[in-house]
Design a protein. Sequence first.
Length: 391
Amino acid sequence: MNAYRQVCPSCRRELELPADSVGRLAKCPACETTFRVGESSSASGQSDLGQSDSGQSDSGQSDSASSAELSPTNPFAKPVEENPMGGTSGPAQPSGQPRSAGDPSVSNPYQPATALPHPVKTVGAIEIVQRPIEDIFSPSWSIFKERWSPLILSTLIIIVAVGVLTLVPFVLLGILANGGNEVLGAAFVLIFMPIALLIGAYTTVGLARVALAVARNEPEPMSQLMPPMNLVVRLIVGGAAMIGATMLLFGVFAALAVALAAITNNEGIAFGVGILGVGVMVILSFLAQWLLWPWVFVVSDGKGTALGSINAAVQISLNNKLTSVIVVVISVVLSMVGSSLCYVGQLVTTPFTLLIFAVGYLVLTNQPVSDPAAYQPPANQPPASPSSHLA
């Protein structure tokens, strides 16, 4: 069906009219101005899908009188020239020319100001992008101010639960030690160690999943405190692999120190090798904190295997070196602040640190984050083109 486009002589709003409405009266739905179709200003005779079958041509040249000042009392009188998100609407087109949705000069107020960044690396199901620290800290603070309660409540629950589960075995161990049952006490310690490891991994994954749910604004984030056991097992296996590699390196330095002491009969050389080994271990601990801060969240989000999650975490940090350093520095500062407040401040700084890690993981892996401070378009968007009321 052919359409006839004409500009309202008052508010300059482009209207779409039936092709057979030429010569009839029409009323602009925006400014309520009544005009006769085909007698307005500026190229009013052009159609959207070509010329009509009746052979109708352009309605003539632009009328300078009708393109005079726009009505100051009409909110639709002045066309929007800037995108609400910060962009511009592009070069102007003749008012009578049809414009499609794909035209780059047509401004869409509901389109983000910038497109999502292209991934610089893909590791399994994870797309890694490069983002500055502002894209992590700002939404983290906005989310924490808006949705802090599940983060702090989950932290309190974990503190109480772990405290009870840890206190009871220590009381039993003290009773056994006072009763002279050293062998039974040692056996109890060996049994309790893997249980404590399981509890620690379970609570770590649970807290990480709560932080991810809060960052995504998922319903009932507290339900994530009970994570799937397969994710807990992945965390334990990955952690055991890294601990094993660390112990192997420590064993190499210890064996080297003993061998040098035996060969040279010089304990000073062995002591120097030992100091060197301690220095290497300290450096490795800092590197591990820098490279592996996303590891728990890769595992908790189910985006990697036990060992694949370690590789993914390292790649995230290596592709965002400065951002990762700042994230770790912020976490250390928050921990120091919480400890300086008689550890009571940890009830706030620890959940906030977890949220920063969660938002950082989501942002650097190109996943959406529900930022309360971000621009939210209205639920009912206006129609693409206004309708008109024929008289």
